[in-house]
Write a protein that binds this ligand. Structure first.
Ligand code: ZN
Length: 452
């Protein structure tokens, strides 16, 4: 039994002082406000949101696609570099990079990671002897980092809506439905080797990369787990889907895919007002990756309309160009302000911007991860974030204002402690295995980058 004593904690019913949190077997066992100090003292305790969207290997490309090319640079030229890069990646390197990414997520205040994992096969496209070798590497990284993992093996079949075959670097992604079913069996074995909070779901990559019937196949193979899909990220993708399927992507999903709370749609930066409201009301989570969406010039999610319609949201770091919980939340909020020339766009009458974003990202993230967590309440996994009350920018602040200072003016430097399903993985702002994980990452990426 671990005991945490927080000067202030954000509970489902609001802020409470002098809160004792007991953790047993990774779950919150008891929460007692107004308790006498005992156990580990922390300043400000909140739920630690799940990072709901990551392609871990892309972390090693951060900063490498920022020069002007011969033609107008775009998402699609970035994607070409990404494909060149992953023609080289080995399973050992993928594990090293994923471990580093998960460590950085925890140090940023995320409590767990959802890996949208599509790099399955050897260069050229031949499966490894163990078809789920790469899934096992992601799971092994989680065993090292201690990050709670929701693994989403990705079904990726085609190079576009016309059903063209995969080409070049994409060949490492491809599975037909039978191969994908076998891959899922191997992924289930990899997940079974992790602590009990690990979850297996599945992900049809996008409407461009699978057949319409594959959405149902993935939902079936995911069992009780969550189902995620990229949706409405790029204007060119909207045009391609509309031409092939006869409807814009979100409209098509609403009419054909029965979206529900077990679904998470990633990006959703290209939606009409009607689509925004319809998808919000389906109960599906919008998996937003504001830093990556800004980096790739995707467009702006309509968070104001989504929230007005009662939509659930969560954040992820996607390309991992920068891993920061506070900066993802800030980019989400400031994108709304810039578009609407407004302030406090996502605050509610009773909750400030920072509090609203952290609470909703925690609840929506847990839902999207299929992870009973997201609040400081008995029975849930103890995914907890303690901010450093001694940080100069938090001095004299408490409650909602302290969370505003973290989300809108601060960042990872304010993170003191993080627990993932009770595993105390960050202490004093530092991951408990940082040196070894960082060394392994450095060695892996130095060679990769030199060869580009
Ligand atoms: Zn993605």
């Amino acid at each position: 039994m671990q005991v945490i004593h927080a000067a202030q904690a954000l509970l489902p019913e609001g802020w409470a002082r002098e809160v004792r949190v007991e953790i047993g077997d990774g779950r919150i066992a008891q929460v007692t406000p107004g308790a006498a100090p005992d156990g580990q003292r922390v300043g400000l305790l909140t739920p630690a949101p799940v990072n709901v969207h990551s392609h871990a290997f892309q972390r090693a490309m951060a900063g490498l696609a920022e020069r002007r090319g011969p033609s107008r640079d775009s998402f699609w030229t970035w994607r070409e570099l990404m494909y060149r890069f992953l023609e080289r990646l080995t399973p050992e390197e993928v594990e090293a990079i994923a471990g580093f990414v998960q460590m950085e997520m925890l140090e940023a205040g995320f409590g767990a990671s959802v890996e949208f994992h599509y790099l399955h096969h050897a260069p050229g496209g031949a499966p490894y002897d163990d078809r789920a070798e790469m899934c096992a590497r992601i799971a092994a990284a989680a065993a090292t980092s201690g990050a709670g993992l929701t693994l989403l093996p990705v079904l990726y079949r085609f190079g576009g809506c016309d059903g063209r075959p995969l080409d070049g670097g994409q060949r490492r992604f491809g599975n037909d439905p039978q191969g994908f079913a076998r891959l899922m069996e191997g992924a289930a074995r990899a997940i079974a080797a992790l602590p009990d909070d690990a979850v297996l779901g599945a992900a049809p990559h996008s409407l461009r990369a699978v057949a319409p019937a594959d959405l149902g196949l993935c939902a079936t193979l995911a069992g009780e787990g969550p189902v995620h899909m990229h949706l409405a990220e790029q204007a060119a993708e909207v045009e391609e889907v509309e031409a092939a399927l006869g409807a814009r992507p979100v409209r098509w999903v609403l009419e054909n895919a029965a979206p529900s709370p077990r679904w998470c749609f990633v990006h959703c930066t290209q939606m009409t007002p009607d689509e925004t409201e319809g998808l919000a009301r389906s109960g599906a989570v919008a998996g937003l990756c504001p830093l990556t969406e800004a980096s790739l010039g995707d467009g702006t999610f309509d968070g104001v309309r989504w929230s007005s319609a009662g939509g659930a949201l969560a954040v992820g770091s996607d390309s991992n160009i920068r891993i920061s919980l506070a900066e993802e939340l800030r980019q989400l909020e400031t994108s709304q302000r810039l578009r609407d020339r407004s302030r406090a766009a996502l605050a509610t009458p009773d909750r400030s911007t920072g509090r609203r974003l952290i609470e909703d990202a925690a609840l929506g993230g847990a839902q999207a991860a299929g992870r009973p967590a997201g609040a400081i309440a008995p029975g849930l996994w103890a995914d907890l974030l303690a901010l450093d009350a001694t940080h100069p920018d938090l001095a004299g602040l408490d409650g909602d204002t302290a969370l505003d200072a973290f989300a809108m003016a601060g960042g990872s430097e304010m993170v003191a402690d993080v627990w993932s399903a009770g595993r105390h993985v960050v202490t004093g702002g530092r991951h408990v295995r940082r040196d070894a994980i960082a060394r392994r990452y450095r060695e892996a990426v130095a060679g990769l980058r030199a060869a580009l």
